[in-house]
Write a protein that binds this ligand. Structure first.
Ligand SMILES: *Cc1c(COP(=O)(O)O)cnc(C)c1O
Ligand code: SF4
Length: 365
C-alpha cells in the first residue's frame, strides 16, 4: 500500500508528560473550526460559516505558518484561514477551472502539451490555500494514487515517447513518504525518454521539517530534477524554510519560484519586490507569477489583469532582472498558459517603451 509518512503531530505525542504535550501542541497543524477558534484565528461569530466552508474545502495551517500570522487578515492569514466569502460563488467560477479532468488520459496524468505531462501521485498538501485552483480535489484523505493506478500512469508515460518532462504535482509530492517518492523516482528513471523531472511543492517553506536526508536521498536521480517552489509572500521564508532550501540546493537541484497574484497578499509593487528579492537572495529564480484561476469561492483574491501588468511594469528596470517572473494566465478551459505582458513593443508603429516608460523608435532593430 502507498503511504504518507506519519505527521509531525503524531511523532510528538507523549500523553503522560505535560511538557511533551505542550511541545505537541506547538507542533500541531490546525485543521478544524474548533482548532481555529481556540487559536484565536477566527471569532465565535464566524464559527458557523467557517464550519460550512470546512465541510466543503480542506483546511490545514501548519505551525510554521501559524507562527507567522500576526493578524487573520495579514498576507499569511489570508492564504490559509477559511473565510465565509468562500461560500460565495461567482458565475465565471468553475470547479475545474483549467480542465485538468478533461485532459486526463488515465488517473493521475494530465496532458496539455506535446512534450510534458503532469503526474499527480497524491492530493495531500502541507497546508490548503484558500485560493487553490484544485480546491475541489485536494484534501488530507484524498487522491493517493494506488499501486494499480500508479502502474497505469507510469505505463502511459512509457508508451508516450514524446513526453520528455514529467511534472510531479498534486497535492504536494513532498508529502509522500521518502519510500514512496523513491519508488516513483526510480520508475521515472527507468523511462528512457523522460529526461527532466519537475516537482511542484510548498513543503520546503510550509513543512521544512519534512526535508530530511531521507527525503533528499529519495530524490536522487540522474535525470535533470527541478523544484518549483510555491511562495506568495516574503515572510514565508523563515529560518527553518531557508535551511531546508539550502539543503535542497546543495544537492544540485535548481529551484524556481511560482507565485499567485493575490489581493491582500502580494498586490503591491513593494510586496512583489520583497517576494522576488527574497527568492533571488536564496538562489530561487522567480519563474511564474500566476493570474488567479477562477476556482469556486476565490473572488476575494482576484486582481484584474490590467493591475497585474502595471505591477510587473513597476518592477522593470528598478529591480534586478533575475527577480522578474513571467506573468501568466492558465487559459480557462485547459488551453494552456499564456504570458500576460506587460508589452513593450508596438511593431505596427515601430515604437518601444523603455523601463522608465519613455517611448523610442525601434529603428532598424
Ligand atoms: C502548467 C502546466 C504545465 C507546465 O507548463 P510550463 O509552462 O512548462 O511551466 C504542464 N502541463 C499542464 C497540464 C499544466 O497545466
Ligand atoms: S499547495 Fe498547491 S495544490 Fe496545495 S492547496 Fe495550495 S495551491 Fe492547492
Amino acid at each position: 500500500m502507498p503511504e504518507i509518512s506519519s505527521s509531525p503531530d503524531a511523532r510528538h505525542e507523549a500523553p503522560s508528560q505535560t511538557h511533551a504535550r505542550k511541545a505537541a501542541r506547538a507542533q500541531r497543524t490546525l485543521r478544524t473550526p474548533g482548532d481555529l477558534l481556540e487559536s484565536g484565528l477566527i471569532d465565535r461569530d464566524a464559527l458557523a460559516d467557517v464550519t460550512r466552508v470546512s465541510q466543503r474545502y480542506a483546511t490545514a495551517i501548519p505551525d510554521v505558518f501559524r507562527a507567522l500570522i500576526e493578524h487573520p487578515d495579514d498576507p499569511i492569514g489570508l492564504q490559509v484561514i477559511p473565510h465565509a466569502d468562500e461560500l460565495i460563488l461567482s458565475p465565471d467560477e468553475d470547479a475545474d477551472p483549467i480542465a485538468d479532468d478533461a485532459l486526463s488520459p488515465v488517473p493521475g496524468i494530465v496532458r496539455r502539451y506535446a512534450d510534458r505531462a503532469l503526474l499527480k501521485p497524491l492530493l495531500v498538501c502541507p497546508l490548503y490555500c484558500r485560493f487553490c485552483f484544485r480546491r475541489e480535489h485536494v484534501g488530507p484523505d484524498g487522491g493517493l494514487l494506488g499501486d494499480d493506478d500508479l502502474d497505469r500512469a507510469l505505463g502511459w508515460l512509457s508508451d508516450h515517447a514524446e513526453i520528455r518532462e514529467v511534472i510531479l504535482t498534486g497535492g504536494d509530492p513532498l508529502m509522500l513518504s521518502p519510500r514512496r517518492l523513491s519508488t516513483i523516482m526510480a520508475r521515472l528513471n527507468a523511462i528512457p525518454h523522460v529526461t527532466t523531472i519537475r516537482i511542484h511543492s510548498r513543503v520546503p517553506l510550509a513543512a521544512p521539517e519534512r526535508v530530511s536526508g531521507e527525503l533528499l536521498d529519495a530524490l536522487e536521480t540522474d535525470r535533470a530534477l527541478w523544484l518549483a517552489l510555491h511562495a506568495n509572500h516574503a515572510r514565508e521564508f523563515t529560518q527553518a524554510g531557508d535551511a531546508a532550501l539550502r539543503t535542497i540546493i546543495r544537492r544540485g537541484i535548481p529551484v524556481l519560484g511560482q507565485s499567485v497574484l493575490l489581493r491582500g497578499v502580494n498586490d503591491s509593487s513593494a510586496a512583489l519586490e520583497d517576494l522576488f528579492r527574497a527568492m533571488v537572495e536564496r538562489r530561487v529564480k522567480p519563474y511564474y507569477l500566476h493570474q488567479l484561476d477562477r476556482a469556486p469561492g476565490t473572488a476575494r483574491f482576484h486582481v484584474p489583469i490590467e493591475e497585474g501588468r502595471a505591477l510587473l511594469a513597476s518592477l522593470r528596470g528598478r529591480v534586478t532582472g533575475l527577480a522578474w517572473p513571467t506573468y501568466v494566465l492558465d487559459i480557462p478551459g485547459g488551453h494552456g498558459k499564456a504570458p500576460l505582458g506587460p508589452d513593450y513593443v508596438d511593431l505596427d508603429s515601430g515604437m518601444i517603451i523603455d523601463p522608465s516608460g519613455q517611448t523610442h523608435a525601434l529603428g532598424a532593430a
